[in-house]
Design a protein around this ligand. Structure first.
Ligand SMILES: C[S@@+](CC[C@H](N)C(=O)[O-])C[C@H]1O[C@@H](n2cnc3c(N)ncnc32)[C@H](O)[C@@H]1O
Length: 278
């Protein structure tokens, strides 16, 4: 491993379709070895693992490395015991280090901001501020990112981390339920070039509808949505979790929506780019 500091190459719980598949194949390989199957079967198994297991690390190694501020932010996030923070009442909801979008997705978002000449960004669900800072790094000096974050502890942590970067002054965090913050922003007549939705999955459709109907995204602007493959559950007939069911429905609604054009990219847990065309 070339760099142990980013999420993409760390030993984290598998939460994306191909890291889950890798873990399952490795378990299957062990079972096959114990079952004394033919060398041909073992060879096929090994080749299957070689196709999928190194993928994340390769993508990470050959993508632009995150800034030292982002590396530090991720390191600090990983040092928090998020389970204890919830159990002793520091966080209001259960949070986990796997929520950080990480090096490759951060660079992807950063590049989106740069190539679209985005000046105003709205983020729904910012956790410890990784994607906020990754996107802010590509904003011009007079650019602005407004993040909506429910949890006070995560938002305070994000503010502290982002403020140690020269791009931190472009970031503002609205603490509280995103539904309320979105309505406040729309009442104030705010509008954004790029929106990143990455909060509670069961509310994705509500956020998306509000953003379009209240003109929080400009015509021609982009809505980027995280976790739209939801651990591969969206292409199962009956997704195993409520979140999987919600994202499956969300994807169906976006497909039927003539106001937008969309593409799902198999980056980590799936990222959908939705362009408001009407
Ligand atoms: C997956 S994390 C966000 C990760 C972040 N975008 C990043 O790139 O590192 C989801 C966040 O959404 C927040 N969240 C959940 N429900 C929310 C709500 N109703 N309003 C605002 N934020 C919410 C959680 O507290 C959590 O911090």
């Amino acid at each position: 491993m070339v760099n142990h500091t980013t999420k993409d190459v760390q030993q984290l719980r598998p939460v994306t379709p191909h890291t889950i598949l890798s873990a399952k194949l490795l378990a299957l390989q062990e079972q096959l070895q114990e079952a004394n199957v033919s060398t041909e079967i073992l060879q096929n198994m090994e080749e299957s693992i070689q196709l999928i297991e190194p993928l994340d690390q390769y993508i990470s190694e050959y993508s632009t490395r995150p800034s030292t501020d982002l590396v530090q932010l991720e390191k600090e996030t990983n040092q928090v015991d998020w389970d204890s923070a919830y159990e002793n009442g520091q966080t209001q909801i259960r949070l986990e280090k796997e929520m950080v979008s990480g090096g490759v997705e951060g660079q992807f978002l950063n590049m989106l901001v740069a190539i679209t000449n985005t000046k105003r960004i709205l983020e729904v669900g910012s956790f410890t501020g990784y994607a906020s800072l990754a996107m802010a790094e590509a904003l011009p000096e007079d650019g602005k990112l407004i993040a909506c974050e429910y949890d006070d502890f995560a938002a305070t942590f994000a503010k502290k981390q982002c403020n140690s970067s020269p791009h931190g002054n472009k970031i503002e965090i609205l603490i509280g339920d995103a539904t309320v913050s979105l309505h406040k922003l729309s009442t104030a007549g705010d509008s954004f070039d790029l929106v990143f939705i990455d909060a509670d999955k069961e509310n994705y459709f509500n956020y998306y509808t509000t953003i379009l109907e209240k003109n929080l995204v400009k015509i021609g602007g982009l809505i980027c949505v995280d976790n739209t493959l939801y651990m591969g559950q969206v292409y199962q007939e009956n997704p195993a979790s409520k979140n999987g069911q919600a994202i499956k429905k969300f994807n169906q609604s976006v497909r039927e929506d003539t106001r937008v054009q969309q593409v799902i990219l198999p980056l980590r847990d799936g990222v959908t780019l939705i362009r408001r065309v009407y």
